[in-house]
Design a protein around this ligand. Structure first.
Ligand code: ZN
Ligand code: ZN
Length: 120
């Protein structure tokens, strides 16, 4: 496995302490003080994906966002006003009830949307 660079650690720490998944440009803005370039952010995110430290979160119409791979099962809330995405802990469960007879459910995503407390 590759040696983790200081910038790679900074990305991992930022994602770990964020309220939800972040895009490459979000990370670039938050790490502006460290002088890390956007191209480097992309490269390190790809390394993180390859090494299994990170996973992507796809939200319809939004940029690809990233989060640490080892977070416990959770879902996401997207604010329709500021477009921030927040982790929502917990799961309604029982998704297999929705699956047609004879199908096997392997995974699910739940995306809530509305306004965050700052935008409400
Ligand atoms: Zn908001
Ligand atoms: Zn769930």
């Amino acid at each position: 496995m590759r040696r983790r660079s200081r910038h790679r650690e900074a990305i991992q720490d930022t994602l770990r302490s964020a309220v939800g998944p972040l895009s490459a440009t979000d990370l670039h803005e938050r790490l502006a003080d460290s002088g890390i370039g956007l191209a480097t952010v992309y490269r390190l995110l790809n390394e993180g994906l390859e090494d299994g430290d990170l996973v992507t979160v796809g939200l319809p119409g939004g940029p690809k966002r990233f989060e640490p791979a080892d977070k416990p099962h959770h879902h996401h809330f997207e604010c329709v006003a500021c477009h921030k995405v927040f982790d929502v802990m917990g799961c309604p469960g029982g998704m297999d009830r929705l699956v047609p007879e004879g199908f096997t459910l392997e995974q699910h995503e739940v995306i809530l949307s509305g306004r965050c407390d700052a935008c409400a």
